[in-house]
Design a protein around this ligand. Structure first.
Ligand SMILES: *Cc1c(COP(=O)(O)O)cnc(C)c1O
Length: 360
């Protein structure tokens, strides 16, 4: 006897990356390798138990004001959410009629099809090209499938490939539904590329940007993200579909400090970019093929001489080095490797050298 709804019963559920208690190098869930900034830790020390007696600000006004200031917008363009993941769920609840398909790219963030299934909607996933770029006709294909909501991850996960602002604008212009651009990794984009998507929000009333404090700001444990969109997109989520108190008081306070004192986080992004370049060089020298990445991870195709990617994943785990492997078409021969500290990254390379020498 089961009481689950039929669509939930059939669902496999999202499988989060492992959180091992001990690791030599934990490079499997794209966390920032550095702790949150001093400003955040100072704000945490100031949290007084008494403050927890009261409900938090239901719309996180101070945090939204800080985010709006950062992006040169007004707070009615911002919604704070319990992690970026909550924004994805809210977008489905608010903009996708149950049963109507959710537009996606394939492969992409594996949580999205799960959210669609929970919602009672099929997914309509358009296969990406071999270089992980989106086909130019993706908006027309979503329209034809009658998708009312579509999600594009950019920089793309799990490859790290960046779609340009011009290409995004063309997609937003042609797509008839709401386009969520999941920018979980945008903080790691090389500033020389001048990739700035905020203008899309003013230009297109159907664009919703997702930001998270989890990756760039080292706050994955806090659960805080936000959406940026035209006030017409933000208002129904803010006043109707979100939980009344979706972001707790501590998260609001720490998130505000993190944005206000962003400089320390920015330095970690610079470090990650430098290490990303080094890891591309080092892995390439060992026969791995790395997709060009603007995120804090690399999708590295494992050379045949190292055995299967799954085998390498297991042997690395045996040495306390955790990376991610996706058991799905087009990804099975690759590992997704988060960029860690220099020591962690070097530990990975040393382990790979040892395993390759040992023969497989
Ligand atoms: C990490 C991530 C998110 C958001 O994660 P939260 O921790 O819920 O903020 C969203 N999309 C992608 C692709 C991610 O990797």
């Amino acid at each position: 006897m089961t009481f689950e709804r039929e669509n939930v019963r059939r669902l496999a559920g999202y499988v989060p990356g492992e959180q091992p208690t001990r690791a030599v190098a934990k490079l499997n869930t794209n966390e920032n390798p550095f702790p949150p900034s001093d400003a955040v830790r100072a704000a945490l020390k100031e949290v007084d138990g008494e403050m927890l007696r009261h409900y938090p600000d239901p719309t996180a006004w101070a945090f939204r004001t800080e985010a709006a200031r950062l992006h040169g917008l007004t707070p009615d363009h911002i919604i704070a959410t319990n992690g970026g993941d909550e924004l994805l769920r809210l977008a489905l609840t608010t903009f996708l009629p149950p049963g109507a398909p959710l537009g996606l790219a394939d492969p992409s963030y594996s949580l999205c099809p799960v959210l669609a299934a929970i919602h009672g909607s099929p997914k309509y996933a358009v296969p990406l090209h071999a270089d992980w770029s989106a086909p130019a006709d993706i908006p027309r294909r979503w329209n034809k499938a009658r998708a009312k909501l579509a999600i594009l991850v950019n920089p793309h996960a799990p490859s790290g490939r960046l779609t340009s602002v011009d290409e995004l604008a063309a997609i937003a212009r042609a797509f008839k539904g709401v386009l969520v651009i999941d920018e979980a990794y945008v903080d790691f984009v090389d500033p020389e590329i001048s990739h700035n998507t905020i203008g899309l929000v003013s230009e297109f009333d159907n664009v919703l940007l997702l930001r998270t404090m989890s990756k760039g700001y080292s706050l994955a444990g806090l659960r805080l993200g936000y959406g940026i969109g035209s006030p017409g997109l933000i208002a129904p989520m803010l006043s109707k579909t979100k939980d009344s108190y979706n972001v707790d008081a501590v998260a609001q306070k720490l998130g505000e400090a993190a944005l206000r004192h962003r400089a320390e986080a920015v330095r970690t992004w610079e470090y990650v970019r430098a290490e990303r370049s080094r890891m591309v060089r080092e892995l390439s020298a060992r026969g791995f093929a790395c997709a060009p990445s603007q995120a804090n991870f690399l999708l590295a195709t494992v050379p045949g001489s190292s055995g299967t990617a799954e085998g390498l994943l297991r042997r690395l785990a045996g040495e306390g080095i955790f990376v991610r492997w996706f058991n799905q078409d087009r990804l099975r021969d690759s590992l997704r490797i988060s960029i860690g500290t220099q020591d962690e990254n070097s530990a990975l390379l040393t382990a790979v050298d040892g395993l390759m020498q040992g023969g497989v």
